[in-house]
Design a protein around this ligand. Structure first.
Ligand SMILES: Cc1ncc(C[n+]2csc(CCOP(=O)(O)OP(=O)(O)O)c2C)c(N)n1
Length: 371
């Protein structure tokens, strides 16, 4: 396969043809990367101080997520993402507070505290399927969603993202095969961040790349520098346009690096060689995009710093607001699945509430029963 597509190098110099994007879109992309990094770092602090149970570091992979989001039409397209895609939410202006609602599992969380932190689900301002921990499940879901949209005569496409390790799941292979056969309007974006927890790419596959796996399924594929937000945007735009025109799916491999742990429960210094990490740090996506935008006169040092300060303030306020909210009330465990609650569930709910109400310490000042 050809070399990865690159448009800006690690110093922020132009090495290819820049896409025609207006300044406000470029700033929206930059701001999304900065907000992602600020959110990520606030989540690490919250987890380390015992306020939330878990997070999934996104540091290092932000350009892949944001470049992809910028090529989508969030008013109609579908996102079937994985857990290292905070940038897509921030590009689409999901408020930090809504994301912290999920991190705290509070009563405003769209999953009402039933999911792990980072397992966001949104219907507004974008169609975002719930993140699943079992790897690869979102891949055939995206194919199905995109085919359903086509059947309904809609112009929507679906994007699914996943890590390099997820290409070893059944979901990847059945999703790719089905999309190839059905010419589904689906874009497959492999975020190759080099490691699947402690499993390096060299142990993940004997293929020369992840992109080449598309050939087996008749799905066109390409490789991009995943730390170059403009290169990701260009590859994604071509894939999105192809899908929307009815010309079928594309597989994109974005080469990036996970600069943090796999999750807050992981210590990557135990298995990522120090020199590999050092090299990856020097190639990270934010520094080069900032340098590029300053070179182009889109940002100044001052305006870039201001974006950073505003992002930090937004994350602090969002986390505080979410932390202050009540937990979901006990009865919500028994709601939402049935339009009319069946008798056996009603009975279980009553029993459960009675059981907890007999434990004084479980009743809050509103007489509700937080979990
Ligand atoms: C089907 C399945 N198998 C194994 C796991 C355990 N597991 C959780 S994350 C992970 C690594 C996934 O790597 P990758 O898809 O490359 O994503 P990354 O975490 O690197 O972004 C594994 C094996 C799982 N969640 N689901």
């Amino acid at each position: 396969m050809s070399d990865p597509l690159q448009i800006i190098d690690v110093e922020g110099n132009l090495t290819g043809t820049a896409p025609e994007l207006d300044n406000s879109t470029l700033i929206q992309m930059y701001t999304a990367i900065v907000r992602t990094r600020a959110f990520d770092s606030r989540c690490m602090n919250l987890q380390r101080t015992g306020k939330i149970g878990f997070s999934v570091p996104n540091r290092g992979v932000e350009a892949t997520s944001v470049g992809a989001a910028a090529a989508m039409d969030a008013s109609k397209d579908w996102f079937a993402p994985h857990y290292r895609d905070f940038g897509m939410l921030f590009y689409n202006d999901v408020p930090a507070e809504a994301m912290f609602d999920n991190m705290f599992g509070n009563s405003d969380d769209t999953a009402v505290g039933r999911q792990m932190p980072v397992h966001f689900s949104f219907t507004e301002p974008l169609k975002w399927l719930s993140i699943s921990s079992p790897r690869g499940t979102q891949i055939p879901q995206a194919v199905g969603v995109s085919l359903a949209a086509r059947k309904r005569g809609e112009d929507a496409i679906a994007l699914t993202t996943f890590g390099d390790g997820s290409t070893s799941t059944l979901g990847f292979h059945s999703g790719m095969n089905f999309a190839g056969v059905m010419k589904a309007p689906t874009v497959f974006l492999c975020q190759n961040n080099q490691w699947a927890i402690s499993c390096p790419s060299s142990s993940q596959t004997a293929s020369e790349s992840y992109a080449i796996k598309g050939e087996a399924y008749g799905v066109p594929s390409c490789i991009v520098d995943g730390n170059d937000v403009l290169a990701v945007y260009v590859a994604m735009k071509e894939a999105v346009d192809r899908a929307r025109a009815g010309d079928g799916p594309t597989l994109i491999e974005a080469i990036t690096f996970r600069l943090g742990g796999h999750s807050t429960s992981d210590d990557p210094t135990k298995y990522v060689p120090a020199e590999e990490l050092e090299k990856a740090e020097s190639e990270e996506p934010l520094k080069r995009f900032r340098a590029y935008l300053i070179n182009e006169g889109v940002l100044t040092d001052e305006s870039a710093d201001k974006i950073r300060e505003e992002a930090d303030a937004e994350m602090l306020a969002g986390a505080r607001a979410a932390e202050a909210k009540a937990r979901p009330v006990l009865g919500t465990i028994f709601t939402d699945v049935w339009q009319e609650q069946p008798a056996h569930l009603k009975q279980q709910m009553e029993y459960c509430i009675k059981h907890y109400s007999e434990r004084d310490e479980a009743v809050d000042e509103n007489g509700e029963f937080p979990l």
